[in-house]
Every structure is written in structure tokens, then in C-alpha cells.
Design a protein around this ligand. Structure first.
Ligand SMILES: NC(=O)c1ccc[n+]([C@@H]2O[C@H](COP(=O)([O-])OP(=O)(O)OC[C@H]3O[C@@H](n4cnc5c(N)ncnc54)[C@H](OP(=O)(O)O)[C@@H]3O)[C@@H](O)[C@H]2O)c1
Length: 324
């Protein structure tokens, strides 16, 4: 019997249940993937809690890596035995095996393990599009990355350095500060005890940064605006502290005619060509060793609730995988 994590009502981690689920043969255009590793992402907690509403009961998870076991009618690009990874809906990656549209898959290069694949598809492609498309970082830019020792943050710091940026990272405590420095941050601010806008002004000689990548959301949004240089770019891409409150547009003029965007991964990988391009760049920087995927936590898949508790309590760093 195939098992998966499912939930019948939104709430805390306790709503997650380990259930036996039927797994039919893959439909036309689908393949069945036997998961070797599943990625844990902050968005999973928004689905579980109800911050991002969905129809219940539901599976959970948007990212995994494994081996194709069976292919449905019309699937020509993949065959049983292929090593693959994906980051896509519908929710249901927290499963021992599942069926998924072949068009969502990417082939895992030989140099990338299942755990790396599961840990980096969502967080790594996010880092890729934020740094290369949303605001294309130029050599010499100074950038501010919040939660710099987290999953997306750890990848972004290394990649921003590769692009030639001066990187300021914020973190919640001193252990994370040491990790952020080891990842390449030029300056680290412990924003739980230091006022980060004042420190950013000091570090940049009053000018401010070209871009803020803010995944923390409600608690940092307004302060992040005040860190920007004239006509800088505020990239608000997450809600770890809750959704950003409505704000007065005039604030953008006051902050120096700055720009704000609120991007989501799935608008940057909507076509197969774009998915393959972004995954290809990610695989290249990881295979070359220039960007390392720090898998700092591993849990049994059936213990996903504990993984959620640790993620939400800020006890994790880098990426986390769930093992079926
Ligand atoms: N828009 C997109 O396309 C997209 C894609 C992927 C991820 N995201 C977003 O990016 C963010 C990071 O995702 P991730 O999976 O890599 O998670 P993560 O960064 O590993 O974990 C979240 C981190 O946020 C920080 N944080 C600050 N205040 C917090 C609070 N009150 N509660 C919990 N965490 C708090 C913590 O780091 P410190 O202790 O150092 O503060 C924590 O470790 C999430 O907001 C996620 O939704 C967005």
C-alpha cells in the first residue's frame, strides 16, 4: 500500500496524518514517481495552516526527487528507471510515490543526488529567478537578503556572491550569523537585536541597497523599504511572519521612488522552456560546486509534523528533506 501525509482540516502541525492511499496507474501524460526524497518548504506550512486556502482533504508538498516506475499513454520524453525531480502542483509530494504530469519533471543530472534534487528544486529555482530575473543582480550591487541562513536564503547568498554582489544578510541568532558568514555574507545583521535599517545605512555609507529580498513579510516589510537606495527594488517574496499589511503607495515615493514586486515561483516556470532553463542554470552552479545545497535536517516522511514544528520555530537552517 502507498502512504502519504494528508490533512482533513487546517491548523497546526498536528493536523498532518500518515494515511494509506490508493495509487492508480498513471493517466495519459502522467508518470508514476517513486520518491527517494521530498523537499520541505515554508509554503507547506501556509497550505497546512490555511493562510493559502485550498479544498480539503488534501495532500501536501510541492517538491520531490525519485525514479520513474511507470509512464502513462503519450509520454515519450521519460521512461521507467529515469531519475527525475520536480517542483509543482497539485499538492501531494509528501508521499511514498505519486502520479504527476510528465511536463513538470526535469531529469536529474548524474552529479546531483536525490536528496539534493528534493532539497533544491523549489528553493534553488526560486533563488535563480529572484537573482537573475526579478531583479537581475549586477556585479558591484549591494543586496540585502533576509533569513540568510534559511533554505532559500542560503542558496541566494552563495549565488549573489557568484554574481559579484556585496551581500548583507539578516539572521535570527549568533549561530545562524556564523553560518551566514560561512556562506559568503560580507555583513551579517542579527535582526532580533539590531535595528537592521540603521545598520544597512551605516554599511552602505548612507546610500542604501540596490535590492531587498524579503521573505519575512509582515514584520520586516516597511523597514525593508527604508533600506533601499534611490529607485531600488523591494522584492517581497514570502510571509514567514504573516502576510504584508496593505500600505500607502506614497511610501514608495518617500523611500526614494522605489519599486515593489511580489513574485511567485510558478509565474516564472509557467512554460516548460522556462522551467528547463532555470533548472539547468541551478544544476550547473550546484554541479560545479559554486553553490552548495546545505541539507541540514532530515526527517522520516511520516514525521513531517515535527519538521513543520522545527521550521516554524526557526530551529532549522539551510534545506530540509523528508525521507519516505
Ligand atoms: N515567492 C516565491 O516564489 C517563494 C518561493 C520559495 C520560498 N518562498 C518564501 O521564502 C521564505 C523562505 O522559505 P524557506 O522554505 O527557505 O524557509 P526558511 O528560510 O528556511 O525558514 C524561514 C526563516 O524565516 C525566518 N523567520 C523570521 N521570522 C520568523 C517567524 N516569526 N517565524 C518563522 N520564521 C521566521 C527564520 O530565520 P531567522 O531565524 O534567521 O530569522 C526562519 O528560519 C518563506 O517565506 C517562503 O514562503 C517564496
Amino acid at each position: 500500500m502507498n502512504h502519504a501525509i494528508r490533512f482533513h482540516r487546517t491548523g497546526g502541525p498536528e493536523v498532518l496524518q500518515w494515511e494509506a492511499v490508493a495509487l492508480p496507474a498513471p493517466a495519459a501524460g502522467e508518470v508514476r514517481v517513486r520518491h527517494h526524497a521530498v523537499g520541505l518548504n515554508y509554503i507547506d506550512t501556509y497550505h497546512r495552516s490555511g493562510l493559502y486556502p485550498l479544498a480539503l482533504p488534501s495532500g501536501l508538498g510541492l517538491e520531490a526527487a525519485g525514479v520513474i516506475e511507470a509512464v502513462g499513454e503519450g509520454v515519450a520524453e521519460f521512461a521507467p528507471g529515469d531519475r527525475v525531480a520536480y517542483t509543482s502542483g497539485p499538492l501531494g509530494a509528501y508521499a511514498e510515490a505519486r502520479n504527476i504530469a510528465a511536463a513538470q519533471l526535469v531529469r536529474l543530472p548524474g552529479g546531483i543526488s536525490f536528496e539534493q534534487g528534493a532539497a533544491m528544486m523549489l528553493q534553488g529555482i526560486t533563488a535563480q529567478y529572484l537573482l537573475r530575473s526579478t531583479y537581475p543582480v549586477q556585479s558591484g550591487d549591494t543586496v540585502l537578503i533576509h533569513a540568510a541562513a534559511g533554505g532559500v536564503g542560503s542558496i541566494m547568498v552563495q549565488w549573489a556572491k557568484l554574481l559579484g554582489a556585496t551581500v548583507i544578510g539578516t539572521v535570527g541568532n549568533d549561530d545562524k550569523a556564523a553560518q551566514a558568514r560561512a556562506l559568503g555574507c560580507d555583513h551579517v545583521i542579527v535582526y532580533t537585536r539590531e535595528r537592521f535599517p540603521a545598520r544597512v545605512r551605516e554599511i552602505t555609507g548612507g546610500e542604501g541597497v540596490a535590492v531587498v529580498y524579503d521573505s519575512v513579510g509582515r514584520d520586516t516589510f516597511i523597514d525593508s523599504l527604508s533600506c533601499l537606495r534611490r529607485r531600488g527594488m523591494m522584492v517581497s517574496f514570502g510571509n514567514a511572519t504573516g502576510a504584508v499589511a496593505p500600505f500607502d503607495c506614497a511610501l514608495l515615493a518617500k523611500a526614494g521612488s522605489v519599486y515593489v514586486t511580489r513574485p511567485g515561483l510558478f509565474d516564472y516556470i509557467a512554460s516548460r522552456a522556462e522551467l528547463l532553463m532555470r533548472a539547468g542554470e541551478l544544476f550547473e552552479v550546484v554541479e560545479s560546486g559554486k553553490v552548495k545545497i546545505a541539507i541540514n535536517q532530515r526527517y522520516a516522511l511520516k514525521d513531517a509534523a515535527q519538521a513543520h514544528r522545527d521550521l516554524e520555530a526557526r530551529r532549522t537552517t539551510g534545506s530540509t528533506v523528508l525521507l519516505p
